[in-house]
Structure formats: structure tokens, C-alpha cells
Design a protein around this ligand. Structure first.
Ligand code: IPE
Ligand code: IPE
Ligand code: MG
Length: 252
């Protein structure tokens, strides 16, 4: 090896024991696929396709770190307003991802859940999601929440309807609608609140994601576009989180 030829030092992913504290529930708004595609003069769907590679590495690392829940915002209730071609490409990429990766996820004891209104989804993604949910229903490892046709307000309205029906049917008193009961009527029932919310691409907004669950979340906004976001970037975000002082309204 020549003198000037320095070997590249591979940065290894961090391990659980290296963090002072880790979140129990990480939520990610995977943003920037469109800008990434534009930057590389590629079609938007290729941007989404490249974004799927980041999805894979982030899922793997979250699972390796033993984090309980990972919620990924893949398609919002507002994303239907995008060009039809893009919506179709996105749905297809989601189906490809779930069918290609379900064996591996299942083998790793991951429980896949789809969060969002399945009703409006085309048959193919709807069936792929239902299959993945059913296949992994008994798994006890990480919860992988795929948020597809998800809207935070839509979720809250649905929860209100569920509770209202229970009251009208005489199964429940209005006074029994507590924060706990409300949480149990959401898609995330049984899972901890979001501790860490990440949105890539420098945008700093929630875009209707997990409104209830984010009440006390810590927010991090990495500049990187989603397809460029690496495991090292993820580790940096988690390190930032582990150093934050969370007060929950108290005085520490
Ligand atoms: C986010 O990337 C992914 C989805 C909405 C599915 P965008 O497509 O919103 O990327 P930008 O914001 O246009 O760069
Ligand atoms: C939010 O990103 C939705 C997903 C990442 C799936 P958008 O790119 O759709 O959000 P806005 O329109 O910039 O708020
Ligand atoms: Mg966007």
C-alpha cells in the first residue's frame, strides 16, 4: 500500500451499551426523497426507491439496539394530492419492500403493524400489509409501525368515534374516557409514547404525524435528505437524545 494511500476507517454502528439512555419509541418523518432525486437528476420514484435502502438500514439498527418501537411515516393522508404516477410508484415500492423483507423481519421477531386508514388503500398494498400484520402478530420483539395513509387528526377522530360508540352503546361512561383510555383507542395502543421524533431534510414541522403521541417527544431535525441519512447519522441523533434533559414539566 502506497504511503499516501490511507485506509478508510470504517465507522462501526454503535451498540446499546455505548448510550447512556435510549428512547423506547422512535418516530421518523422520512423526508427529502424528492429533493434527493432532483439533485441527482433522477425521477421522484427513484428517490423513493433509494429512500427504501435507508429504511432497511434504520430498521436493522433500531432492532439491533433493542429499541421497543419504531414508527415510520411512509404516506400521509395528504400525500394523495401528489401526481398519480408518484402515488402509484410509492405504493408499489411499499409492496415490494414488505414482500421482500417480511421473512427477515419475522425471523428477527419483529411485529409489523400498519397504522393508518387501510380502507382507502389499493388492494395490493392493503393485502400485503394485512398479511405482514397477521404473520407477525405473535412476535414479541420490536414493533415496526408502518404509517401508510396515516394522519394524526384522522387517528384522533377515529379514536373519538370508537369511544363515542362505546358510550352510546352503554359499554362505557363518559367519565371513563381518560387519557389512558384515549391512548388505548389509538393505532399505537399498548406502545409507549414517542420519545424521539426525527425529521430529515431540514424541514421543521410535524405534517400531521403522531400528534397525541408526541406530547413530550424530543425533536431532532437532521439536515440530510432521507436517502443520504446513514446509520452514523442515526447514531449521532441518538447520542444527542441521550444527552438531553427531559423534564416533563417538573423541576430537575
Ligand atoms: C418524503 O419525501 C417521502 C414521502 C412523502 C413518501 P418527499 O417526496 O416528500 O421529498 P421532498 O420533500 O419532495 O424532498
Ligand atoms: C410528510 O412529508 C409525509 C411523509 C414523510 C410520509 P411531506 O413531504 O408530505 O410533508 P409536507 O408536505 O412537506 O409538510
Ligand atoms: Mg417532503
Amino acid at each position: 500500500m502506497g504511503f499516501f494511500h490511507r485506509p478508510r476507517i470504517a465507522v462501526r454502528p454503535m451498540e446499546r451499551s455505548e448510550f447512556q439512555r435510549l428512547p423506547e419509541h422512535v418516530a421518523i418523518i422520512m423526508d427529502g426523497n424528492g429533493r434527493w432525486a432532483k439533485k441527482h437528476r433522477l425521477s421522484v420514484s427513484l428517490g423513493h426507491r433509494q429512500g427504501m435502502e435507508t429504511v432497511r438500514s434504520v430498521i436493522r439498527h433500531t432492532n439491533d439496539l433493542g429499541i421497543q418501537s419504531l414508527s415510520l411515516y411512509a404516506f400521509s393522508t395528504e400525500n394523495w394530492s401528489r401526481p398519480r404516477q408518484e402515488v402509484e410508484a410509492l405504493m408499489q415500492i411499499l409492496v415490494e419492500f414488505i414482500t421482500a423483507d417480511i421473512d427477515k423481519l419475522d425471523a428477527k421477531n419483529v411485529r409489523v403493524r400498519m397504522m393508518g386508514d387501510k380502507g382507502r388503500l389499493p388492494e395490493l398494498p392493503r393485502n400485503a400489509m394485512t398479511d405482514a400484520e397477521e404473520r407477525t402478530a405473535g412476535n414479541t420483539g420490536m414493533n415496526l409501525n408502518l404509517c401508510i395513509n396515516y394522519g394524526g387528526r384522522d387517528e384522533l377522530v377515529r379514536a373519538a368515534q370508537t369511544l363515542a360508540r362505546a358510550c352510546a352503546g352503554g359499554e362505557m361512561e363518559a367519565e371513563a374516557i381518560t387519557e389512558k383510555a384515549f391512548s388505548e383507542a389509538l393505532y399505537t395502543r399498548g406502545q409507549p409514547d414517542v420519545d424521539l421524533m426525527i425529521r430529515t431534510s431540514g424541514e421543521m414541522r410535524l405534517s400531521n404525524f403522531l400528534l397525541w403521541q408526541c406530547a413530550y417527544a424530543e425533536f431532532v431535525f437532521p439536515e440530510k435528505l432521507w436517502p443520504d441519512f446513514t446509520v452514523q447519522d442515526y447514531d449521532r441523533v441518538l447520542t444527542d437524545f441521550s444527552g438531553r434533559q427531559r423534564r416533563f414539566g417538573g423541576r430537575v
